[in-house]
Structure formats: C-alpha cells, structure tokens
Design a protein around this ligand. Structure first.
Ligand code: ATP
Length: 140
C-alpha cells in the first residue's frame, strides 16, 4: 500500500516537499489556510484542502492520525507551528517532521515530541559548505 503523507503549509518548503513526494508516487494531502495556495496544489497533491491546522476538530475530521507521516511546514507563525505539532503528537501521529524557524523554536518542538526537526536554511548551508570543502580537497 502507498504511504500516506500530509503536508501542512504550502510555502516554498512545504510546497516543494509536496511536489517531490507526489512525483515519487506517494499519496499526499496538502493543507493550507490560503485558498490560492491550495488551488495551486490541487493538481499536484492527491487531495488539497483549505484548513486551519490549529483547529483540533479540523485535524480530527481530516483523520490526521491515520497518516504515515505529517510534515509541518508553517514558517513565520511559530505559535501555529507549535500548536499544530502538539495536537499531532496528542493524536498519536507516527512520524512528525517540523520545520523550525530558529533555535528556540527547534528546542520547543523537540520538547513537545516532534520526531524530526529540520532547519532548511541552516542544514542546507552546512551541506553546501561540506560540499565546497570536499570538492576543493578533490581538486588539489
Ligand atoms: P517558505 O519559506 O517555505 O516559503 P515561510 O517560512 O514563508 O515558507 P509561511 O509563509 O509563514 O512560511 O508559512 C507557510 C504556509 O503555511 C503559508 O502558505 C501559510 O498560509 C500556511 N499556514 C500558516 N498557518 C497555517 C495554519 N494554521 N494552518 C494551515 N496552514 C497554515
């Protein structure tokens, strides 16, 4: 059976995750409060819905606990990101990956039970720096 993913927040980060998972043949539910963004992903994701992930009943009615992996890609609104993550943990979602905006955000997300916290800009900076150094080493 295909793995089922839900992506909450369709900014550049969440949007590219959603697109990439779909291209790999996964089932993806795309969620955002912004109708325009949801419409943009209607043909990319398996399902795309306008919904506020900070609303517990909304998450329940989407059956969020049945998804294999939920990605929280809400950026600027740290409060919404934390609240959403907390409810996903409480509802027993098996794998929760969350995008952190800064170190404090990351700390809180780890404390409340996020399974993986990513910091895309920082993580990518580290990868690129390693890549540059290993390339230079090979060049000599
Ligand atoms: P990126 O850098 O990935 O473009 P960003 O850091 O600018 O993203 P935001 O634009 O703040 O992140 O948030 C990403 C998306 O999350 C937005 O499309 C926003 O509408 C959506 N979003 C914010 N709060 C909620 C919420 N409570 N429920 C669902 N979606 C939300």
């Amino acid at each position: 059976m295909k793995k089922q993913f839900a992506v909450i927040g369709l900014g550049r980060f969440g949007g590219s995750i959603c697109e990439s998972l779909s291209k790999q043949g996964m089932e993806v539910l795309a969620i955002d409060t912004n109708e325009d963004k949801v419409n943009r992903f209607a043909n990319v994701a398996t399902h795309a819905v306008v919904a506020d992930s900070t609303d517990e009943n909304t998450l329940k009615s989407l059956g969020i606990r049945n998804f294999d992996h939920v990605i929280v890609a809400i950026g600027d609104n740290i409060q919404s990101s934390i609240l959403t993550t907390l409810m996903l943990v409480e509802q027993g979602v098996k794998h929760i990956t969350v995008k952190a905006q800064n170190d404090y955000h990351e700390k809180v997300l780890n404390k409340i039970g996020a399974h993986k916290v990513v910091h895309p800009e920082r993580d990518m900076g580290v990868r690129i720096a390693h890549n540059i150094v290993s390339k230079n080493v090979l060049d000599y």
